[in-house]
Structure formats: structure tokens, C-alpha cells
Design a protein. Structure first.
Length: 254
């Protein structure tokens, strides 16, 4: 199976108001909330053959970006949902029109930080981790056959790590006419870090190693060092990494 990756961080303008929380600056003269310049981060991991995998991830991210930029909604979860659903529909329709792209799809993990909250969505087995207070947790859940078996107690995490069916995913963007998306929101504090990655990293570098590297390295070295470690451990797949430090306005991509 060929896998193609696309990562992107882009700025967009939106107004945010959700569940009684407001983030953004209010215009003192009009009483209306000013649009806030947000930043969204995306990792997409395409599948379905040489041309189809590349197209699915590249086109899916492009559709998501355009949807987000046009969306006038106030709710970040709805904005992300609309973008992923649009990407799903467009990829699925393209596959129906071109038999050579039948079955193509892409994983997608999306995050935006607004004020002191991160809003996260995922489909597939690309991941988002949170590093906070000396703890490193996987926020997203993998949508894969092996992850389901671990959750059901049929495999241990150690058995799952090198299982031959590890790359079989149970959910992807574009493989069906509708898509089920998981959403999470995280309250952030000073010093927290977010790590977004494809399974090219998480299959080759343990969570403990990832945490150690992002705590030890400075600045742009973090994402590069994670990829170097994955390659040193065998590097069997393409690798994409985004490290976000919400309160320093720094983003490291590789």
C-alpha cells in the first residue's frame, strides 16, 4: 500500500462563541465581537494506491481549507465538521467518477487553538497528543482494526505494536458517502504542547520517546528530531509531524 502525507498549518478569520465561553476581542464601540485570526493544523495520510493516495490526502486538505475559510459559523467544532464532511464528499465523488481511484481515502487529524482551548477532530489513525504537567496522553482514538481489538481486551498494547494487521483502518475520509468524526476539546495551560502525527511516527517511536524528545529539544529541532528518531528506529513509512506550543505561537512542522 502506498501512503502519501500532507501537513498544513494555515490562518483563518472567524468569530468564536461556544457553550458560554467566548474567545476573542470585543469591539468596545459596537459591542460586537471582532473576528479572531485563528490557526488550524492538519495532518492527512492518504491511502489507496500510488496516484489515488496522493490525490486523496492533497485534495482532502485543499477542500477542508477552502471550506474553513468560507465558513461563517461561530462554533469551531461545526467549522471543522463542515470542512471534513466537504472533503469526504468530494473525495468520494471523485472516486466514483474515476475507476482508477476507487477505494481511495485519507486519515485526517485537525486542530485549532482559540484562546486557552484546543478543538480537535480525527478520522483514521493519525494522532494528536497532549503534553501537560509531566504527562503525555494520546487525545484521539485510532480508528483501526488493531486499536479496536485492544479496546475490547483481545490484544495488549504490546502485542498490538508489531501486529501484521496494524495498518488496517476502520474509518477514513472519502471511502463512504458519509463520515463519522470524533471531536475533543482541551483546556490548555502555559507550557502545554500538542503533537500531531501520522502513523509513520507513532508506529516507530514510542509515546515515551516522543515525550522525552519534545521536552528535551528546543524550537524547530523538535519535529525534525522526532522524524530522525523514527528513521533511526527503522522508518518503514512516510512520516509527518506538527508540534504546537500554543502559548508561544510556535509551530514546528516536518
Amino acid at each position: 500500500m502506498y501512503v502519501y502525507l500532507h501537513i498544513l498549518s494555515f490562518k483563518f478569520e472567524t468569530k468564536i462563541k461556544i457553550e458560554g465561553r467566548t474567545d476573542g476581542e470585543e469591539n468596545a464601540e459596537t459591542g460586537k465581537r471582532r473576528p479572531e485570526k485563528g490557526k488550524m493544523h492538519v495532518v492527512a495520510d492518504g491511502m489507496g494506491g500510488h496516484n489515488a493516495g496522493d490525490f486523496a490526502s492533497r485534495y482532502g486538505v485543499s477542500v477542508l481549507v477552502e471550506s474553513v475559510k468560507r465558513d461563517t459559523n461561530f462554533n469551531p467544532v461545526r467549522i471543522i465538521r463542515h470542512g471534513i464532511e466537504a472533503a469526504n464528499s468530494q473525495i468520494f465523488e471523485q472516486a466514483k467518477r474515476d475507476v482508477s481511484m476507487e477505494g481511495m481515502g485519507t486519515t485526517m487529524v485537525v486542530a485549532t487553538v482559540v484562546g486557552s482551548y484546543a478543538y480537535v477532530a480525527n478520522v483514521g489513525d493519525s494522532r494528536l497528543y497532549l503534553a501537560a504537567d509531566g504527562i503525555f496522553d494520546q487525545v484521539t482514538q485510532d480508528h483501526s482494526l488493531i486499536a479496536e481489538m485492544v479496546r475490547l481486551g483481545e490484544l495488549t498494547p504490546e502485542q498490538a505494536r508489531n501486529h501484521p494487521d496494524k495498518n488496517i483502518i476502520t474509518r477514513a475520509v472519502g471511502t463512504q458517502d458519509t463520515v463519522k468524526i470524533d471531536f475533543f476539546d482541551i483546556q490548555l495551560e502555559e507550557g502545554n504542547q500538542l503533537v500531531m502525527c501520522s502513523d509513520g511516527l507513532s508506529n516507530m517511536v514510542t509515546d515515551e520517546e516522543i515525550f522525552e524528545i519534545i521536552c528535551r529539544e528546543d524550537g524547530e529541532d523538535k519535529a525534525k528530531r522526532l522524524i530522525d528518531q523514527a528513521n533511526a528506529n527503522g522508518g518503514r513509512d512516510n512520516i509527518a509531524v506538527i508540534v504546537v506550543e500554543p502559548f508561544t505561537n510556535e509551530v514546528k512542522e516536518c
